[in-house]
Design a protein around this ligand. Structure first.
Ligand SMILES: Cc1cc2nc3c(=O)[nH]c(=O)nc-3n(C[C@H](O)[C@H](O)[C@H](O)COP(=O)(O)O)c2cc1C
Length: 332
């Protein structure tokens, strides 16, 4: 295999595609160029979250998200990229694939085509800040509905205060309960980082997480304390305070089980999130609410849907602090 050339076309594409989001900012996917026009796309298996992400559903979907990130990055570099996902992926057993797993292949060709959403790769981000209380612009809601529908998914949007508050409260309870699940807590602990956010890196840093160092430390070192009613209430109120001003919540619903479904849903998610960025709207996904079967059942009952796979709050906030990215996604 040739040594990756950071200044070559694949290096330029990697440099932009890095801004694609991934659960817990694990950034699991790599580009292994075989020549100037072709590359293997791999998953680094120890960057999966098999304890929390049951069946590796979010991980598999994240590859679809990454594929769109690559396509838009390539468009910005004057190229078109054609991505063929591997046909033999079994999401549930991905974790046993060894150190790396080929998830797909990419073929590059020069092109003058541009894409409306490509310029939003960097401005798109998660906002865990307070929102400003405004309803999301109806044109944005229409755009998001269109993106979801084009991909065979449904976007449900709510702005009635009772339902919004229910989602915020329920997510807070889910986070506290999930911290009591030993194997899940140990898995995600590896991705939590304290201190000043570095220029390059991975994982969830306290500033973008909008949490203090002591909150993050105690959540992982003494999670049992959170079970005490007084402390649970205090911590829950502090967390909810960071989400003041939230006016809207949304659900994404649709097929989300098989590899083709997950790849397609992940592709949709990237376009959906970039469409938000186009309207200066941010979101804060609550993925860890639906990875807990008890809370997933509560969401299903509350909203009368059986196929929700992502729930989030969304709206307008100050520009959120940036989560770092690895310097490069190229692999030899
Ligand atoms: C499927 C999915 C689920 C996510 N779930 C959560 C979540 O439960 N809580 C949270 O704070 N962030 C969640 N995130 C946001 C990621 O942590 C975030 O995208 C990542 O840290 C990169 O940051 P950025 O979006 O600002 O670029 C989720 C992201 C994805 C793609």
């Amino acid at each position: 295999m040739p040594t990756p050339n950071e200044n070559g076309i694949w290096g330029q594409i990697s440099n932009l595609a890095r801004w694609t989001p991934s659960p817990h900012n694990t950034q699991p996917f790599r580009i292994r160029p075989t020549d100037d026009g072709r590359a293997e796309l791999l998953c680094v298996c120890d960057r999966m979250l098999p304890e929390e992400d049951h069946g590796n559903l979010y991980l598999a979907a994240a590859f679809g998200t990454f594929a769109v990130g690559l396509e838009l990055a390539a468009a910005r570099c004057g190229h078109e990229i054609s991505i063929e996902p591997a046909s033999d992926i079994e999401p549930a057993s991905l974790y046993q694939a060894g150190t790396h797993r080929v998830m797909g292949h990419a073929v590059l060709s020069p092109s003058g085509a541009t894409h409306l959403l490509a310029e939003f790769l960097e401005p798109r981000r998660t906002s865990r800040l307070q929102y400003d209380g405004r309803r999301v612009d109806v044109r944005c809601i229409e755009g998001l509905t269109r993106v979801a529908n084009e991909h065979g998914q449904r976007f449900l949007s709510y702005d009635d205060p009772t339902r919004v508050q229910w989602v915020l409260n329920t997510n807070t309870q889910a986070i506290i309960d999930n911290l009591q699940i030993t194997n899940e807590r140990q898995e995600i602990r590896q991705w939590y980082r304290r201190g000043a956010t570095p220029e390059t890196g991975d994982g969830l840093w306290q500033v973008p997480m909008n949490q203090s160092s002591w909150e993050m430390t105690s959540a992982f070192s003494t999670p049992w304390l959170l079970k005490l009613p007084g402390i649970r209430g205090f911590v829950g109120r502090r967390f909810l305070k960071t989400q003041d001003g939230t006016r809207g919540v949304g659900l994404l619903c649709g097929p989300f089980q098989t590899w083709p479904e997950l790849y397609a849903a992940g592709r949709m998610l990237m376009e959906f999130w970039l469409e938000m960025a186009r309207f200066d709207v941010y979101m804060h996904p609550y993925g860890s609410m639906l990875t807990n079967p008890r809370f997933a059942a509560a969401v299903a009952q509350k909203f009368g849907v059986k196929d929700a796979w992502l729930i989030f709050r969304f709206g307008y906030s100050e520009v959120p602090p940036r989560s770092p990215r690895l310097a490069s996604l190229l692999m030899a």
